[in-house]
Design a protein around this ligand. Structure first.
Ligand code: UDP
Length: 324
């Protein structure tokens, strides 16, 4: 897919044209902004994580019939998406009250809502994305009644799915933001899910410790944003890094003072740390051990969370859970 001209640059993403009509490339930047752009920073690696997490969630949503703009992830920072006409509304979904709503309405932080609350904000940075009512959307033709009803139905399904998905990996879905867009399919206009779903756009708390695993780490200067986003990716089972064609064996000299430096096989022979015969034997054993361990770990759920409860010894299908 050929990358063309930049069409749009937002706070966290850039959209590029492609040579295919109606398909564009969405590039995830490392830029972080908060409080209507008053706080800004660059956090190396954030874009890569959001690209992977958003791909994971959107492709899972499409498997349950929630149409969305994702076509496929291209590489670490880019995905091909369908070009839509974005409805200029941010749909905020809340399961637990925190953030702006607690200040606006004097609600106690952490109040669990009886049922999900959908709020509407006008997408307008200059105005600070003001909260609006459904009636404003209709009065100013930002979307039709039919579109809003459709979007609300989709939102409730997305929320149920995401609450379940996160609960399964020990995370509470507190709130999140969604955007939708219009797409022409066979001459008919359809509303589909667009933008991204990631720790940048959700509030995610560890189920047991309430540790924040989302952009609040940046908003509230809590630090360790990348480890938190990585934790979310890991728990969702998103594979990290490049899968090697075949196992790679590296050698390090066992010497704490030198920091166990990486060495080549030639060093081992040159300094008589092991004989050629010994190294060959060890390499054969390593490959067998590796095969065995891959098989064993694949057969069970590797659960590496500190939050795992001691009583959680098996997952829902009875596989063993290994604690860190
Ligand atoms: N949110 C977002 N983009 C926005 C505003 C909100 O992704 O422009 C998300 C935010 O990450 C949170 C939820 O929507 O998960 C509710 O945000 P809230 O209105 O409480 O935001 P605050 O003003 O507290 O940042």
């Amino acid at each position: 897919m050929k990358k063309g001209k930049k069409i749009h640059e937002g706070k966290a993403k850039i959209i590029y044209a492609t040579h295919v009509k109606d398909l564009v490339i969405q590039y995830f930047k490392d830029d972080a902004t908060a409080f209507n752009n008053q706080k800004k920073s660059t956090i190396e690696g954030k874009g890569v994580l959001n690209n992977r997490i958003s791909e994971h969630i959107l492709s899972n949503l499409s498997q349950i019939g929630i149409k969305n703009h994702l076509v496929k992830r291209l590489n670490m920072r880019e995905q091909i998406i369908k070009l839509v006409e974005i409805i200029p509304i941010e749909f905020i979904v809340r399961n637990v009250a925190t953030g702006s709503i607690t200040k606006r309405l004097g609600i106690e932080d952490g109040t669990v809502l009886k049922e999900p609350l959908i709020e509407f904000c006008l997408k307008d940075d200059k105005l600070g994305d003001p909260l609006i009512a459904e009636q404003h959307i209709l009065a100013f033709y930002w979307a039709s009644k039919k579109e809003i009803d459709k979007v609300k139905k989709m939102i409730l399904r997305i929320n149920d799915f995401m609450i379940g998905m996160f609960r399964g990996v020990g995370i509470k879905l507190i709130d999140f933001k969604l955007e939708f867009g219009r797409l022409k399919v066979n001459g008919k206009e359809e509303v589909i899910l667009a933008d991204e779903i990631s720790p940048d756009t959700c509030r995610l708390w560890d189920s047991i410790t309430d540790k924040k695993l989302d952009k609040d780490r940046f908003r509230k200067d809590l630090g360790d944003l990348i480890p938190a986003y990585t934790e979310v990716a890991k728990r969702l089972g998103i594979e990290d890094g490049t899968v090697l064609k075949e196992p790679l064996i590296e050698f390090c000299l066992k010497d704490d003072k030198l920091g166990d430096p990486l060495i080549a096989e030639e060093h081992i022979l040159a300094f008589d740390w092991a004989s050629k015969k010994e190294i060959e034997k060890v390499k054969k054993m390593i490959l067998r051990i590796n095969d065995f361990m891959i098989g064993m770990f694949r057969g069970c759920l590797l659960y590496t969370s500190d939050a795992a409860d001691d009583s959680l010894r098996v997952d829902l299908v009875g596989r063993r859970i290994i604690k860190k």
